[in-house]
Design a protein around this ligand. Structure first.
Ligand code: BES
Ligand code: ZN
Ligand code: ZN
Length: 470
């Protein structure tokens, strides 16, 4: 788990980082002449400069005025750089700054950078990290809040990094209950029998080839002071492994990281956990349909017609388009809550990843314009950004089936949008769809986003929800 970030005023901590906005502020620091000269000379070119006084470190970084979101994100990046620099050098660091935002951003960057997935490494292979905590003397920095957001993101990343050999659908549900119940979230896990009695045909179809049962997990965060009378419903794609099923994934290595196909589920449960930790006064319900997708003897087959939870019939033309099958049932299930807004997150299409790569989330929907705007704003603020795609009904044409109500496969173009339109068919409420196939998982270490699961969407949605309570 990530290192902690805490307030500590009068500290005896020797290792110090000063975050200064400009040269003038640098001159005001309690530094001897030689050190001041050193920092003045080196700060122009470097992101931060450091002096090692017999194992005690003094660091200075220039952060500018933090006027825009990109400048602010540079402070998160600085957190990553300083973490990498200090992690094997000292146990604690005191961050001094009169800029509260800078301290929070820096702490967030360090916190996020300090998460690694080491569970399966033998003790001698595990990284030996000295740095255990970040402190600040800035009284107004909300480090507890930062800590909750970092922890929630780290949990999403941990779930994504867990392979199928541990994280079956049932294990995912058990992990969710174990983590969320202690913080006041109600967790109900529907088992296969219950899913069968509810006739969740999409989820059951995808599960047919599996030897492990599916689950449908319902989380509810309902504080007494909730400001919304109708709940916000979050839905996450919980495909714990995607082989493609009988439409087996065709290209080399395309299956290797499909343990990450529950990234949407990880994001949504982590957002719910984060909201509870922050005690957000919002009524939130989170739905997680989960199974693996495999070509077993009884696997659903291309050509099959599936009767879904809402009684719509779907002609399956590609069993690799399984995410929409399980999400459709969860979205239809969400109707019973008469939600104010429903958001789903899913590693749904390669098309989304191809369109914008890993730097953003493909978003679309039919909710009020102001909702998407608020989401976009939240994304820039926390640097977990969305790009809105069209959601025109024209795209729906592609989903017409000759034998059923619709088919689960669109045409060759705009696959991320036809997938979204498929999902919309199962909704009757304001709806936003987030395709996180691009940013959910990285193959090489990417700054504070790390390696492997990134927790894409967690900070975005926590910020979005937080803003709704203002
Ligand atoms: N899980 C995949 C999408 C995916 C691809 C996520 C790459 C992360 C990285 C999804 O279930 C899938 O296979 N989608 C198909 C849909 C197609 C068959 C309509 C795709 O995108 O190719
Ligand atoms: Zn698939
Ligand atoms: Zn998938």
């Amino acid at each position: 788990m990530p290192i902690y970030v805490k307030f500590k005023s009068d500290s005896k901590l020797k290792n110090r980082l000063y975050l200064v906005s400009d040269e003038k502020e640098l001159k005001k620091l309690d530094l001897d002449k030689k050190s001041l000269q050193y920092f003045t000379n080196n700060l122009a070119a470097e992101k931060f400069a450091s002096i090692n006084n017999a194992g005690e470190f003094v660091l200075v970084a220039k952060i500018g005025d933090l006027k825009d979101d990109l400048a602010a994100n540079k402070v998160r990046d600085l957190g990553f750089e300083v973490y990498e620099f200090l992690k094997n050098k000292c146990a604690a660091l005191l961050v001094s700054s009169n800029n509260k935002l800078a301290v929070e951003l820096f702490a967030e960057g360090v916190g996020l950078s300090s998460y690694t997935f080491e569970k399966y490494k033998s003790a001698e292979k595990k990284a030996k990290i000295k740095l255990k905590g970040i402190f600040t003397d800035n009284k107004s920095a909300k480090l507890a809040e930062v800590g909750h957001i970092v922890d929630a993101t780290a949990w999403a990343r941990e779930l994504v990094n867990e392979p199928l050999s541990y994280l079956t659908a049932e294990q995912l549900s058990a992990d969710i209950a174990e983590k969320c119940q202690p913080v006041g979230i109600k967790v109900e896990v529907l088992n296969k029998q219950k899913i069968q009695s509810l006739k969740m045909g999409g989820l059951l179809a995808v599960n047919k080839g599996s030897i492990d049962p599916p689950t449908f997990t319902i989380l509810e965060w309902k504080p007494k002071n909730a400001v919304n009378s109708k709940p916000i419903v979050l839905v996450g794609k919980g495909i714990v492994y995607d082989t493609g099923g009988l439409s087996l994934k065709p290209t080399a290595n395309s299956m290797d990281f499909m343990k990450s196909d529950m990234g949407g589920a990880a994001t949504m449960v982590a957002v719910t956990y984060g909201a509870a930790q922050l005690k957000l006064p919002l009524h939130i319900i989170t739905l997680i349909p989960a199974t693996d997708n495999r070509p077993g003897g009884n696997a659903y087959a291309p050509g099959d017609v599936v009767t879904m939870f809402d009684n719509s019939t779907v002609e399956v033309l590609n069993t690799d388009a399984e995410g929409r099958m399980v999400l459709a049932d969860a979205l239809a299930y969400a109707k019973k809550y008469k939600p104010e807004l429903v958001i789903d997150a899913a590693t749904l299409t390669g098309a989304a990843a191809h369109a914008i790569g890993s730097f953003g989330i493909v978003a679309m929907g039919n909710a009020k314009k102001s909702e998407m705007k608020a989401l976009d704003k939240a994304g820039h603020k926390v640097h977990d950004r969305i790009v809105e795609f069209p959601f025109w009904d024209d795209y729906k044409e592609e989903l017409q089936s000759t034998i059923a109500d619709l088919k689960n496969l669109g045409g060759p173009a705009a696959g991320m949008i036809t997938a979204g339109k498929f999902l919309e068919h199962f909704t009757d409420f304001p709806y936003i769809h987030l395709d996180i196939a691009g940013p959910a998982f990285t193959h090489k270490k990417d700054g504070y986003r790390g390696l492997g699961g990134t927790g894409a969407g967690v900070r975005l949605l926590v910020e979005f929800l937080k803003n709704r309570t203002k």
